[in-house]
Design a protein around this ligand. Structure first.
Ligand SMILES: Cc1cc2nc3c(=O)[nH]c(=O)nc-3n(C[C@H](O)[C@H](O)[C@H](O)COP(=O)(O)OP(=O)(O)OC[C@H]3O[C@@H](n4cnc5c(N)ncnc54)[C@H](O)[C@@H]3O)c2cc1C
Length: 392
């Protein structure tokens, strides 16, 4: 099969790897507008389950990825300066660039053609010149735009603003820090992804963003302002910018995932709020799911239809959980009157995917402390708090 792939991100390269290792006769070309060392962003996070999927799909790249990992089992919630740790979770982080380099090496090893600094302008020409066109061209996908009549995309720009920074302050665990100042509420999502660097994403609602006056600040003023807000948590370390800019999270869905010989993959196909896990994990799992469909189905259309039938419900469930999580962060100011332990409980159960029993299994000490404090306050046992209703 001749396969053209637009986008040398995790989705495009990983799909290329799985197809080529299954059948060396496939003629696969990946078109990437950037150079092999250009990248944006800092670290990406995977859960233990994603790693098991990667191991089953391609042990060679999995082994390299896990060698480079920073792993941890705690989620730390910092509120009113108090840190609450919840253990028993399983996450790992790796630099995005390092992950891309591992996938690039694996592509080359297998004989996949990677064309860097190659912007695809004429998508239709590429599509008609192959058996399968994979549009893995990211959240602002040109292919999705060009074939909007076929894919039926829905694009929802969410109200909160967020910005990605790095820092040399090491956060050993997924750390969620809440800070109130005179302008409103800021939340930081941070985690270490190698021996020297952590990702530090800052999010705030539109009221806070307006009140702080970010509209009139340049990039450097914005960085300095946020560095001051989180000065204590950063322990004197600067925020590191990588052309960091405020973004509105874009929720992407598509009514149809493919037409004729073209299919969307990764961020081009769907997004899920970064508070519930990384887009990279979903991009890699998409590639595995699409590859599995080519394994099961003899015809190209059969494989693309099976991909949508079997994987869409999985993504919809994930997006629903991510939506609850995203809404929690969009309404974060309503939770600021909770005590630190109550806030941590509310946060851990926000997506509906984790309940009290799960938390008790993962970290009995956390639940014991939560219930002891709650009982001391109400005199009743085992009742989770109504979100955002109490203050200690
Ligand atoms: C500013 C920013 C920072 C981020 N940082 C992080 C982070 O630190 N950690 C994290 O987990 N996630 C991060 N993400 C999210 C993460 O990058 C994605 O969820 C994930 O990479 C999705 O993989 P993908 O392969 O679908 O898309 P992408 O990784 O976006 O890859 C798409 C690729 O297609 C290429 N491309 C697009 N159009 C064309 C074209 N016409 N011709 C040729 N090439 C094209 C792009 O250059 C890109 O390399 C970040 C996102 C943004 C917007």
């Amino acid at each position: 099969m001749k396969i053209n792939i637009i986008g040398g991100g995790p989705a495009g390269m990983y799909f290329a790897i799985l197809m080529k290792r299954a059948d060396a006769a496939h003629d696969i070309t990946v078109y990437e507008r950037n150079g092999p060392d250009d990248t944006f962003g800092w670290g990406v996070v995977f859960s233990g389950k994603t790693l098991a999927n990667l191991s089953a799909a391609d042990e060679e790249s999995h082994a390299e990825v896990t060698r480079s990992f920073a792993a941890w089992d705690n989620v730390d919630v910092v509120h009113r300066g108090e840190k609450i740790s919840i253990h028993g979770n399983s996450f790992s982080g790796i630099a995005r660039l390092q992950l891309l380099k591992i996938l690039q090496r694996r592509c080359k090893q297998l004989g996949i053609e990677l064309l860097f600094r190659t912007e695809v302008a004429d998508i239709e020409a590429l599509r008609t010149n192959c058996d399968l066109l994979v549009a893995a061209d990211g959240v602002n996908s040109t292919a999705r735009k060009q074939y909007a009549g076929k894919f039926g995309p829905s694009l929802d720009y969410r109200p909160n603003r967020y910005i990605w920074f790095g820092t040399n302050k090491l956060f050993h665990g997924l750390t969620l820090t809440f800070l109130e100042n005179e302008t409103g509420v800021f939340a930081a999502h941070s985690y270490k992804f190698n021996q020297t660097t952590s990702t530090f994403i800052i999010e705030c609602d539109p009221q806070t963003w307006d009140a702080a006056g970010f509209a009139t600040m340049n990039d450097e003023e914005t960085r300095q302002y946020l560095e001051k807000v989180f000065a204590k948590d950063l322990a004197g370390q600067p925020l590191l910018s990588n052309n960091s800019k405020w973004l509105n999270f874009l929720l992407v869905k598509n009514a149809n995932w493919s037409f004729e010989n073209a299919v969307l993959l990764g961020d081009a196909l769907h997004t899920a709020h970064f508070s519930i896990g990384s887009g990279t994990k979903l991009a890699l799992e998409d590639a595995i799911a699409l590859f599995d469909c080519f394994n099961k189905q003899a015809s190209l259309r059969g494989a693309l239809e099976e991909f949508e039938t079997t994987h869409k419900p999985v993504i919809e469930a994930y997006q629903a959980a991510a939506q609850d999580s995203m809404r929690w962060f969009e309404n974060a100011r309503d939770y600021m009157n909770l005590s630190p332990i109550e806030l941590a409980y509310s946060l851990m159960t926000r997506s509906g995917r984790v309940d009290r029993e799960d938390l008790k299994r993962r970290d009995p000490k956390f639940i014991a402390r939560y219930e002891a404090e709650r009982n001391a306050y109400t005199g009743t046992a085992g009742v989770p708090p109504a979100n955002g209703t109490r203050s200690h």
